[in-house]
Ligand binder design. Structure first.
Ligand code: UDX
Ligand code: UDX
Length: 460
């Protein structure tokens, strides 16, 4: 029976996931630990380190009742019946597989800490996305102990999307639990299943082998990213042929075999998962001698990079081939709306490129300005001095040559663009990197409008 759950890693995945479990399972005690003491302090404060709609309310309800954020101690590990590992698995930046493979050092450290203090029979669950066969490696480390204690290692990948994390956790499409096919393995899988059954219908809890669960996560992210690169490739064709990518997405999305979601053309995908997981998948393929398969998936990342550089090139072309000393208002910095997360955000590359071109930037974002400042700190050529972080989008746009919309926060759609137009230099441009705005209206106000996968609307 699971009464005590420990989670190692209080990040974007660990924090919200454990908060939701605590909310739905009042009979289970959850402790979330992290090697970074600041993270723990933030989770215990009024200002949580993660912004997610609905998160504050559930943390407030459960914190101090059956949800605890605390430093890691041997006792906390010894008390746990089940331990989630939610530490990050970034792309490796050194040595073998640099730039492609997942860096598993935090994983291994966590495993060894568990080994030192856990009780026999503790169930270990990998939640972070990891290369296929990581659970096997973890299992090997845990089960090579001299006293013969056996630990079950499960794979329970998390499919939540940022910005809708609480909604996704509360009503998941599926919960995937991978285990060894042995009696002990299946028993452990069903113990974890019991936790989810507090709020997830039984038929949505899918039991598979450990490796299928691990690969399903990589495959899901690779297929989602591939759809985005596919529609972005079509968008480039539209820009050359006067077709409109929004019309195309709608038309093809009505085919139930294709479906309408994840067909929004834009400045490309960002976030902590898509690029990292595809690189990781491609690395695994390469290691397995499947070079063609690796190349296939890498082309999804290449198309994404191309989309970002094509967008920046479009800005330069339309602004008469120079943005040096021009003020550009950047609307949105987070990798998608409703989050403060800027990991691999297209905005980082777009802003970096524009700063290399000597532009002056006024960046506005409802939640991500602190993270934006950190992400752009220390660029060469005193670039810092040419960036302003401006919560008020009207001030960001005032006196600017162009508005560059990078993230489709709904707030940006609701702005008074007549007022914005009046305050800008002329000719005034809008570069809509997400096809969020009403382009006809903007054109009518006087803007020159350049959007993804559409013919530009220019007054000259
Ligand atoms: C996610 C997912 O878990 C993973 O699937 C994906 O592959 C990468 O990102 P996320 O929660 O978004 O992880 O990462 P992050 O917000 O960076 O949180 C990880 C936390 O683990 C950090 O707070 C970090 O301090 C902590 N950590 C890291 C430990 O507690 N111990 C370690 O050894 C390393
Ligand atoms: C993704 C997966 O959706 C989720 O299942 C997994 O657990 C983690 O990775 P996330 O990265 O939070 O979630 O966001 P997602 O909504 O998938 O968006 C990723 C990126 O793709 C964003 O930058 C978004 O702007 C972009 N995107 C998404 C598009 O460009 N077009 C689309 O049609 C959809």
């Amino acid at each position: 029976m699971i009464r005590n759950i420990l989670c190692i890693g209080a990040g974007y995945v660990g924090g919200p996931t454990m908060a939701l479990i605590a909310d739905r399972c009042p009979d289970v005690r959850l402790t979330v630990v992290d090697t970074n003491p600041d993270k723990i302090a933030q989770w215990n404060s009024e200002r949580l380190p993660v912004f997610e709609p609905g998160l504050d309310a559930i943390v407030r309800r459960a914190r101090g009742r059956n949800l605890f954020f605390a430093p890691i101690t041997p006792q906390a590990i010894a008390d746990a019946d089940l331990i989630f590992i939610c530490v990050n698995t970034p792309t490796k930046e050194y040595g073998e597989g640099a730039g492609m493979a997942a860096d598993l050092q935090y994983w291994e450290k966590s495993t060894r800490t568990i080994l030192a203090h856990a009780r026999p029979g503790t169930i270990v669950v990998e939640k972070s996305t990891v290369p296929v066969r990581t659970a096997e490696a973890v299992s090997r480390i845990l089960n090579l102990n001299p006293d013969g204690t056996k630990y079950q290692v499960l794979s329970n990948p998390e499919f939540l999307s940022e910005g809708t994390a609480i909604r996704d956790l509360a009503a998941p499409d599926r919960v995937l639990i991978g285990s060894e096919r042995s009696v002990e393995g299946l028993a452990a899988a069903h113990e974890l299943g019991w936790v989810y059954e507090h709020w997830v219908p039984k038929d949505r809890i899918v039991y598979t082998s450990v490796w299928s669960a691990e690969l399903s996560k990589l495959a899901a992210n690779a297929l989602l990213a591939q759809r985005i690169s596919s529609i972005n490739a079509i968008a480039a064709v539209c820009e050359r042929t006067d077709a409109d990518v929004t019309e195309i997405s709608r038309a093809i999305g009505m085919d139930p075999r294709i479906g309408g979601r994840f067909l929004d053309a834009g400045v490309g995908f960002g976030g902590s998962c898509f690029r990292k997981d595809i690189l990781n998948l491609a690395y695994l393929c390469g290691e397995a001698g499947l070079g063609e398969v690796a190349q296939y998936w890498l082309s999804v990342v290449h198309m994404n990079d191309y989309r970002i550089s094509r967008f920046v090139k479009g800005i330069l072309d339309h602004l008469f081939n120079t943005v040096a000393d021009k003020k550009l208002a950047i609307f949105g910095f987070s990798f998608k709306p409703e989050t403060n997360d800027v990991r691999d955000a297209p905005a980082i590359r777009i802003c970096t490129r524009l700063l290399q071109e000597q532009a002056r930037l006024a960046i506005s974002d409802p939640q991500a300005l602190e993270n934006a400042r950190r992400a752009l700190a220390g660029l060469p050529g005193q670039a810092d001095e040419r960036v302003a972080y401006e919560p008020d989008p009207y001030r960001a746009a005032s006196d600017a040559d162009a508005v560059v919309l990078v993230t489709q926060w709904p707030q940006f759609k609701a702005l008074d663009y007549e007022r914005i137009y009046a305050s800008m230099k002329k000719p005034a441009f809008v570069f809509d990197g997400r096809n969020l705005l009403d382009h006809e209206r903007l054109y009518g106000i006087g803007f020159n409008v350049v959007a993804i996968g559409k013919s530009p609307r220019l007054h000259f």
